[in-house]
Design a protein around this ligand. Structure first.
Ligand SMILES: [Zn+2]
Length: 201
């Protein structure tokens, strides 16, 4: 797999493509993406203890929206070479009665304002099998992860949305979602404190 240093700027795919049941959303992100967990032999990696529950929290994120799904699979180059050539070396893991296949997509974890961590799904394997210790800021962001970010202002309102056959989708139900998260100009009503002090819930 490609190697990118932790916290370097992500440039692997220019666009974000977020899968959802029956289609995908794609857009050019306005937030900055920072690489985490793009390990590749022979580059060295940080090792250390991660907090209790971290690997499970990571797996919950991996089980959610698929980001930049590829057709093929990256394999772990830190594991010993397979003894029987020709067999696929995909990594799978059981998660809440589903099987997740690692190595063909990525995750996004919102960080501070305008910043998103970008990691391969293999990161779970690196943590659990190779003692990889991601940067502290990433560990904190994983524990604070909100799966609803794909419905909020991180995704531009004019993002391209298509069904699984590639037909454009209009999504009238996006509007209330954006309004609920407090995107400016959608929920400003007279007398509702519209002078810059939007309600926080
Ligand atoms: Zn491995």
């Amino acid at each position: 797999m490609a190697h990118f240093a932790d916290l370097s700027v992500y440039t692997y795919h220019p666009e974000e493509i977020i899968g959802f049941p029956g289609g995908a959303t794609s857009y050019q992100p306005s937030y900055e993406r920072l690489n985490v967990g793009w390990l590749d032999a022979p580059h060295e990696w940080e090792t250390g203890i991660v907090p209790d529950g971290f690997a499970d929290a990571l797996l919950d994120i991996i089980a959610g929206r698929r980001i930049n799904q590829m057709r093929g699979f990256h394999v772990c180059t830190l594991c010993p070479a397979p003894t029987s050539p020709g067999r696929p070396r995909t990594l799978d893991v059981k998660h809440r009665s589903r099987t997740l296949y690692l190595g063909s997509s990525e995750i996004r974890v919102p960080s501070g304002p305008g910043t998103m961590f970008a990691a391969p799904t293999l990161i779970w394997h690196y943590v659990t099998a190779h003692g990889y210790r991601p940067p502290d800021a990433f560990v904190r962001a994983v524990h604070a992860y909100d799966p609803e970010w794909t419905s909020g202002p991180w995704v531009p309102a004019d993002a391209d949305r298509r069904d699984s056959r590639g037909n454009p989708l209009v999504s009238p139900d996006l509007r209330p979602l954006f309004a609920r998260t407090g995107t400016p100009a959608l929920n400003l009503r007279p007398g509702s404190g519209a002078t810059g002090n939007r309600s926080r819930r």
